[in-house]
Design a protein around this ligand. Structure first.
Ligand code: G16
Length: 544
């Protein structure tokens, strides 16, 4: 096998964000751009020689080309074997499962998640470690350092691999194993949930459903599990066919982007249950007839009801949420006497807690929920959890949510996103916010008195590593909160996220519209950060 050593020069923009490196496809297509990053991954790994890695992506534009390049570079870097999803496809949770199940050394996952795809849209790449989860900050920092000094990369002169043919093949010195992208994941779901109950409820028509695959990776997974195995009608999966450009859509499962599903769920013909997943299948949106369940509420309800699902019937060890996620799950933890952790945004921060058995269930406001079954958030897992719950409790989604609020109170919640803000203005907004922090505690603004105002830092309770600068939070004595942070997944300018929440104990007020209930806090947030004033915008681009 001939190995070429190619001279290269560093790019200065290869710092991994919240979840790997995400850039426009055109950026990745620059000569040596992908190669530099992949070589930097390999350079940052000790003991790679002779190991097996998992490789796959969400099928977006550039997936296949990138996979062929990575195969050749893996071969040149002494990787002994690659397990690749058929067609180069793995949903992110399925890739995590494959790493764990086959005890691979790690995996390279190609995805820009919920970002649009296509020749002029986004692509992404990240490294997952042997527990199946995103590499921790320590690794991504080392990787970034490598990208700044890289001088050469190695690539083998071997033919392109047929990615569609299931089975083992040897090319050069590397063994390629093309596996079914869905089978192992479907098997895992069958071990977690009560598939017999689901079959009877779906088969009898007690549960009708609409799943929006958004022309992304979960199409084949949903078709197999929901239709072939559980007996849902084929037309219950919409936008089921994966496309390289997601059909021109934005594969982000929220009411703004999953419009078709949202219209169906708020119509007179709404099925019992509705859900959507994102580009790479790790995010989820849960809906019932006439109701949208916020991700924060979904996490709390999942934690509160875990015992009714076979895999968690003996109870769960603890829960965790990212800092901007509402405190709804904290109330469940307090009542059920469970450990509860607040981590920075990013699934990688749950890894140590899950590995140490400190938590079983975790989630984020960014439409992510999951458990210790893999080390990524898992869209279809959340969908199956909710279906299992509806089947078990024999209640519609809306009733389950309202009962939960009656028992725990409601954390009224929303997030406002200002996208593609000029980076300089975004920095000024944050500087302005930071200047105010030290003087805020004790000040009253209408019904809200500031309890604390700080920049969130996190010390990992397992390895004591510290992560600074994880967003600005302002908490009020009445339990309300607002959080400001810059997205780490966008590819154009800066995306400012404002997270707002208010606790409502009074059941008579639980049906309020979130924007109305939070109006005072929304105004106060503008007073603090001046995003509208400084950008000239009149409203957020997306409200979730
Ligand atoms: C990624 C991470 C999540 C994080 C989300 C939002 O999700 O895996 O843990 O919550 O980004 O990040 P940000 O607010 O920085 O944009 P995904 O689905 O994009 O991989």
């Amino acid at each position: 096998m001939q190995i070429d050593i190619i001279t290269t020069t560093p790019f200065d923009d290869q710092k991994p964000g919240t979840s790997g490196l995400r850039k426009k496809v055109t950026v990745f297509q620059q000569a040596n751009y992908l190669e530099n990053f992949v070589q930097s991954i390999f350079n940052s790994l000790d003991d790679l020689k002779g190991k097996t890695l998992v490789l796959g992506g969400d099928g977006r534009y550039y997936n296949r080309q990138a996979i062929q390049t990575i195969i050749k570079m893996a071969a040149a870097n002494d990787v002994a074997g690659l397990i690749i999803g058929q067609g180069g496809l793995f949903s992110t949770p399925a890739a995590s499962n494959i790493i764990r199940k086959y005890q691979a050394f790690g995996g390279i996952v190609l995805s820009a998640s919920h970002n649009p795809g296509g020749p002029d849209e986004d692509f992404g790449i990240k490294y997952n470690v042997s527990n199946g989860g995103p590499a921790p900050e320590k690794f991504t920092d080392a990787l970034f350092e490598n990208t700044k000094t890289i001088k050469e990369y190695k690539i083998a002169k071997i033919d392109d691999v047929d990615l569609d043919q299931i089975g083992e093949q040897q090319t050069g010195n590397i063994k390629i194993n093309i596996v079914d992208s869905v089978a192992d994941y479907a098997e895992l779901m069958a071990q977690i949930f009560d598939f017999d109950l689901l079959k009877s409820c779906i088969g009898s028509g007690y549960i009708s459903l609409c799943f929006d695959a958004m022309h992304a990776i979960t199409g084949p997974y949903a078709k197999h599990i929901l239709v072939d195995v559980l007996g849902a009608s084929p037309d219950s999966i919409i936008n089921a066919e994966p496309k390289e450009d997601f059909g021109g859509g934005h594969p982000d499962p929220n009411m703004a982007h999953a419009k078709e599903l949202t219209e169906i769920m708020f119509s007179d013909q709404a099925p019992t249950f509705g859900a959507a997943s994102d580009g790479d299948g790790d995010r989820n949106m849960v809906m019932g007839a006439g109701i949208f369940v916020t991700p924060s509420d979904s996490l709390a309800i999942i934690a509160a009801n875990a015992k009714s699902i076979p895999a968690y019937s003996k109870g769960i060890s603890g829960v965790a949420r990212s800092m901007p996620t509402s405190q709804a799950v904290d109330r469940v933890a307090a009542k059920q006497n469970l450990a509860c952790f607040e981590t920075p945004t990013g699934w990688k921060y749950f890894g140590n807690l899950l590995d140490a058995g400190k938590i079983t269930i975790c989630g984020e406001e960014s439409f992510g929920t999951g458990s210790d079954h893999v080390r990524e958030k898992d869209g279809l897992w959340a969908v199956l959890f909710w279906l299992n719950l509806v089947a078990r409790r024999r209640q519609p989604v809306a009733e389950i949510v309202q009962e939960h609020w009656r028992q725990y109170g409601r954390d009224i919640y929303c997030r406002h996103d200002y996208e593609a803000v000029d980076a300089k203005i975004a920095n000024e907004i944050f500087d302005h916010l930071k200047q105010q922090l030290s003087g805020l505690a004790g000040q009253s603004f209408g019904e809200n008195t500031v309890d604390y105002a700080d920049i969130f830092s996190y010390t990992d309770p397992v390895d004591q590593s510290v992560s600074h600068n994880q967003g600005i939070r302002i908490g009020f004595t009445n339990g309300s909160r607002m959080v400001f942070r810059l997205s780490g997944t966008g590819t154009v300018g800066a995306t400012l996220r404002i997270y707002l929440e208010k606790f409502e104990a009074d059941a008579d007020k639980h049906d309020q519209d979130a924007q109305e209930a939070l109006a005072e806090l929304i105004e106060l947030a503008e007073q603090f950060c001046q995003v509208k004033q400084r950008t000239g915008r009149t409203a957020p681009d997306v409200i979730t």
